[in-house]
Design a protein. Structure first.
Lengths: 305, 305
């Protein structure tokens, strides 16, 4: 199959929201139209077999669902509305039309849940020297209109730190099937002013440390409040799993105590307070016996060093 | 180095046009602002070691220049103005900070020539199972304002077919160092109405066949007018090189004879007429002895089938 056929086929099979975003099919670029003020947000992420998923134990559909869902989670992280995506794949030499259909199915499965149109792509193939599947998703989103895109840098001393679900142990299965918190982020930012937010991809402590560093603040976690996932409970050290396991894809956000009251009992969103923003400049944890201990940042290093 | 550091460093080192496009650094998405009418065009392309370049005989800088230049060539193909790019890379396990600097240098070298800002990216690493470098460029561009983005589907019977430079033999060196025809495309579309255009990536005949198929027309090439590159002249069969060699990255476009007169003597752009659009529904070639022969479409198959 030629690239043009695949690209057209990708585009032709994408969902029916094209009227909102005039799209040229089969040209060198896909065309979109930004929102009222022209602001768009863009994220790009490459996921690799053996690093982000393992095709010897998961399906192509799951891997490609995850790739798309991870980008949707980036939209959630800033409380923006997903608009469209372009997807590029690098195929092992033995992949053919059947594998392409499965790739497409995984991508569209995730995208359609959030009205995120697949508007174009690129298919390329390794030579014999490499046999590993790679998928790159670039996603565009737009501001919600009711809240500016939420940055990581806005946390303030006294803020309550919240997450949207239990943490830890995602690699035991959740990381392939998680629901990106797109809807939750929009509900939260409609109900309250959020100071800082991101999605937890590299572990609670590592990602909280990013918010703290970029905001010039510290944080005090409350051990008694930390939500331990069922998967984490099955590990030897659940608290370490909660702190450092990656790919939870839950939202991590901070807001003032007054704003917190507006969201703590929402029907549609799980809001779990886990601590407070402090002026300590570091991440600390209050143990159940009352002692306060420092928590090393640690976490996932993308260069593996 | 953590992803945040790399991303910030990528962004921090990109060129100084940030004021035109408010950009959030270190967040989950980069922010841009579209042009007056909100229209943006997007292209994504994955380039692989061993397929699109060979790091055993070229430098990382050259490979990454090529990746960025290929996307800039997509902007040229539609006569749009490059705005910004996000770049994701998959690194072999032994790559470190030095390789990242060289990747960045190649990307920025190409981008800066056309005011195309690097606004974000993603760095990821293979596990031991794979050792091949991959780079994905997603580029956004905007309409020029003086001519709508040029599609492939607008060729009309009687149009003159032109290219912007000699063809064939690109893989002997040009493919790593070509100049994307961004400026030329803007000059051409300012001077005349272009009916159909693309950049030649898979060979003159294959790409001309795309224009013809999408436009519902045919084409008659004139063998005597075909511009043979110096590299093609050194091959055993220069005409086959002109017809089928990929990665020339010259523009291929069609326009009416009246419009052609407006651009045939431009100072800044090489305009080489190579034939005419016909109603034959196929690609033909008029040999120097006057005989007309059919030309098989052929060309590069991205799935290698």
């Amino acid at each position: 199959m030629h690239e043009d056929n695949i690209t057209s086929w990708f585009a032709a099979q994408s969902n029916a929201d094209a009227s909102a975003f005039p799209i040229g099919i089969g040209d060198d670029m896909a065309q979109i139209r930004a929102g009222a003020d022209g602001t768009l947000l863009v994220t790009t992420d490459m996921l690799l077999d053996g690093t982000h998923f393992d095709l010897s134990v998961c399906t192509l559909e799951e891997a490609c669902y995850k790739a798309m869902a991870a980008s949707l989670s980036d939209c959630a992280a800033m409380a923006t509305i997903p608009v469209c995506a372009v997807v590029a794949v690098a195929l092992p030499t033995d992949f053919g039309a059947d594998e392409l259909r499965r790739i497409h199915a995984g991508v569209v499965d995730a995208g359609q849940r959030f009205g995120c149109e697949l508007i174009g792509g690129d298919i390329t193939k390794w030579k014999e020297n490499a046999e590993s599947f790679a998928i790159n998703v670039t996603m565009l989103s737009k501001p919600s209109g009711h809240h500016p895109p939420v940055r990581r840098s806005g946390a303030q001393v006294g803020d309550i730190i919240c997450v949207t679900g239990p943490l830890g142990g995602s690699l035991h299965g959740k990381h392939l099937h998680f629901t990106p918190r797109v809807a939750e982020a929009l509900v939260l930012t409609k109900a309250a002013t959020i100071h800082a937010m991101m999605d937890i991809t590299d572990g609670l402590v590592t990602d909280l440390n990013r918010i703290c560093t970029q905001s010039g603040v510290g944080a005090l976690l409350e051990a008694a409040q930390l939500p331990i996932s069922e998967a984490a409970k099955k590990t030897d050290d659940p608290m370490t799993a909660v702190f450092y396991d990656g790919e939870d894809f839950e939202l991590l956000f901070t807001l003032s105590p007054a704003e917190y009251k507006k969201i703590k009992d929402l029907d549609d969103v799980t809001v779990l307070p886990v601590g407070k923003i402090t002026d300590s400049g570091k991440i600390q944890n209050r143990l159940t016996d009352g002692r306060i201990v420092d928590v090393p940042a640690g976490g996932y290093d993308h260069l593996g060093n």
